[in-house]
Design a protein around this ligand. Structure first.
Ligand code: CP
Ligand code: NVA
Length: 305
């Protein structure tokens, strides 16, 4: 049965742990494994801008011995109205996997439904699961494990990173807190799903409008832009209490680390002294995109039909 990675809970707790263990091995043995030798090609498609995702998939596929075919929607027929179903049928005849950054979650689900090769979500409006895999790898490196670790995400509760932290951290048995304006909460269906996962893994889920309460004693503080791609013209004043400042960081555990998926807007969702300061692990986090995604691709391709 072909497996896809469209949302964080597409991996069970045991499977997520397997992928993260593999990511640690892949990082240690960076150029040692070339399972895509042949080479097998992987399509990496972008309907939205990207630096890290494009770089890490292209680099990772090449390091695995494969051939990355990176395409922008604007230069493909998908951008001119060719259907997702037709695109899926054409791609599967030539590539071993499809990685796609697009807007609607239903679009990537349609791609997965229309193809026999693994499909990987490289960010939608709803989820950014590859980013959270890399974030979990970073937390594991810093904290020695994931179960029982508290991660507080502050900022826009209604975006892809908030949703992926909810599902990904709950799957890992972590305590995940979302501190966001009451008018910008995460999708209630995703919160409920995260709570159900956490009930089985020993984690917990908290959604609050109290930024200080969310940050108090946390092992990890995470944030993201207040204005996600495709959300121009937003009033950002309501997010200001959730900005990750030195004062907010002082409320967290003294050994807390700070994550941001990047790109960052200093002075908005995070202050420069925090992003560039001693608790920040954002550059490790950005590097871990490479290792986590290589591990994910190897894991998915081993299970492909
Ligand atoms: N964090 C992340 O996905 O960055 P890009 O948008 O640059 O790919
Ligand atoms: N929430 C951000 C993440 C960017 C990597 C966005 O969707 O633009």
């Amino acid at each position: 049965m072909t497996r896809h990675f469209l949302r964080d809970d597409d991996l069970s707790p045991g499977e997520q742990a397997e992928v993260l263990d593999l990511a640690a091995q892949v990082k240690k043995d960076r150029f040692g494994r070339r399972p895509l030798e042949g080479p097998r090609s992987v399509a990496v498609l972008f309907d939205k801008p990207s630096t890290r995702t494009r770089l890490s998939f292209a680099t990772g596929i090449a390091e695995l011995g494969g051939n990355p075919l990176v395409m922008d929607a604007g230069t493909s027929q998908l951008g001119r109205g060719e259907t997702i179903a037709d695109t899926a049928r054409v791609l599967e005849r030539q590539v071993s996997a499809i990685v796609w950054r697009t807007a609607g979650q239903e679009r990537i689900e349609e791609m997965a439904a229309g193809t026999t090769v693994p499909v990987v979500n490289a960010l939608t409006d709803v989820f950014h699961p590859c980013q959270v895999l890399a974030d979990l790898q970073t937390v594991q490196e810093e904290k020695g494990g994931l179960a029982g670790v508290t991660l507080a995400y502050l900022g826009d509760g209604a975006n892809n990173m908030a949703h992926s932290y909810l599902l990904g951290c709950a799957t890992a048995g972590m305590h995940v807190r979302v501190g966001a304006p009451a008018s910008q909460p995460p999708d209630p269906a995703i919160v409920d799903r995260a709570k159900a996962i956490a009930a089985a893994t020993g984690g917990s889920v908290t959604v609050t409008a109290d930024a200080a309460g969310a940050a108090a004693g946390a092992d990890v503080l995470a944030t993201d832009t207040w204005v996600s791609m495709g959300q121009g013209g937003k009033d950002t004043a309501l997010y200001e209490p959730y900005s990750v400042t030195e004062d907010l960081l002082a409320l967290a555990d003294p050994e807390a680390i700070v994550l941001h998926c990047l790109p960052a807007y200093r002075g908005k969702e995070i202050h420069a002294s925090v992003l560039d300061g001693p608790r920040s692990r954002v550059w490790d986090e950005a590097e871990n995109r490479l290792h986590a995604q290589k591990a994910l691709l190897v894991w998915l391709l081993e299970r492909a039909r």
